[in-house]
Design a protein around this ligand. Structure first.
Ligand SMILES: NC(=O)c1ccc[n+]([C@@H]2O[C@H](COP(=O)([O-])OP(=O)(O)OC[C@H]3O[C@@H](n4cnc5c(N)ncnc54)[C@H](O)[C@@H]3O)[C@@H](O)[C@H]2O)c1
Length: 316
């Protein structure tokens, strides 16, 4: 029987990078790609080679609509799912929190219900390091760090992690969860920090950094994240959780200065704005488990690729 993987939320950043690589590498597997094409999509993020591939299928479906999902499951008879779809922008979650619960929590639960009803094999839930909340310097999140949340975004992701675990235990659903740090480059749209700042500076506008600029994030090249997802999806044991990251910690100020330097601009372009409410100060991943158990290591060095990233957005 042909393996048929549902991919949700492929039409913008991480999902498009995943499909651009793995559809072509796995011609014997069908990829049933569903996306609501919310404000966050760009079909041109998927290469023509992929959209023309015989194992690529696209359906416009909103994961909040369970009946529409059931029709897709009946039509394609899928075997597994990798679930990327989410409302993903923290600032939007502060302006309009309810849609984060509807998409990230109820949407995930709808998919779990379909998974159960149509007896699929693996449910791979794409989560985030933001479910762990905040860390003091010198500490790292491991997979057994209790989940916690500060923004409506992280609360909705943490809730969806719990629902996946509960369905695993109650209904014997075969699941894996991956929690990755901040991703950068291809196809990331300009609501996120790096492309947003480049866009502003290109137009000679100042960049506004939250609070005292000391927020630390752990940056990972998106292709490394996609490769880790594939390793976990294909090799991990049922009910396992893996952190994905590379101890690539940079403050937002350091990232901003790097961008300014590459764009030959001085620091007068920086302005302070009031911090987000409850802005988490530091996320830092301990990825020892995935390295030891699945031999996954990131390949793309931040120091080299951040420069290519800036050059790419400058040319756009
Ligand atoms: N971007 C990061 O740095 C990062 C890091 C760790 C984890 N993640 C997680 O990875 C996943 C993908 O993140 P991203 O940055 O690519 O997000 P994105 O916002 O770029 O893409 C999300 C996709 O989901 C789709 N979508 C949204 N609501 C939907 C709905 N109701 N029904 C169907 N499709 C819907 C959108 O149209 C879009 O194509 C998310 O689950 C996110 O929490 C992201």
């Amino acid at each position: 029987m042909t393996q048929k993987i549902i991919i949700t939320g492929w039409a913008w950043f991480i999902g498009s990078n995943f499909l651009n690589k793995y559809v072509l590498l796995n011609k014997e597997i069908d990829f049933i790609n569903i996306d609501a094409l919310t404000y966050a999509w760009k079909l041109e993020n998927i290469s023509n080679e992929v959209t023309n591939a015989p194992n690529y299928f696209f359906e416009k479906v909103d994961i909040r609509d369970k009946e529409a999902l059931r029709e897709i499951y009946k039509k394609y008879n899928p075997t597994d799912i990798i679930h990327f779809a989410a409302e993903s922008h923290v600032d939007n979650s502060i302006k309009n929190p309810i849609i984060f619960t509807e998409t990230n929590v109820i949407g995930t639960q709808n998919l779990l219900d379909c998974h159960k009803e149509f007896s699929l094999n693996r449910f791979h839930h794409i989560s985030t390091d933001e479910v762990y909340w905040d860390l003091p310097n010198g500490w790292f999140f491991t997979e057994i760090t209790p989940i916690n949340a500060s923004s409506p975004y992280s609360a909705s992701k943490a809730s969806s992690d719990l629902i996946v675990k509960a369905y695993g235990r109650t209904f014997w659903i075969n699941y894996v969860i991956t929690r990755c740090s901040n991703n950068y480059w291809p196809n990331q749209d300009n609501e996120k920090l790096i492309p947003h700042f480049i866009d502003l500076l290109k137009n000679n506008k100042p960049v506004t950094v939250y609070g005292d600029w000391s927020n630390i994030r752990d940056w990972l090249y998106v292709e490394d994240h996609c490769d880790a997802i594939w390793e976990v999806f294909t090799k991990a044991e049922n009910k396992s959780i893996y952190n994905i990251g590379w101890n690539n910690e940079y403050t937002n100020l350091e990232i901003t200065k790097l961008i300014l330097k590459e764009m030959w601009k001085n620091e007068s372009y920086i302005t302070f704005v009031e911090d987000r409410k409850w802005h988490d100060v530091r996320y830092a991943i301990d990825a020892t488990k995935i390295k030891n158990e699945l031999n996954w290591e990131p390949k793309i060095k931040f120091e080299n690729w951040i420069i290519s990233t800036i050059k790419y957005y400058l040319k756009k």
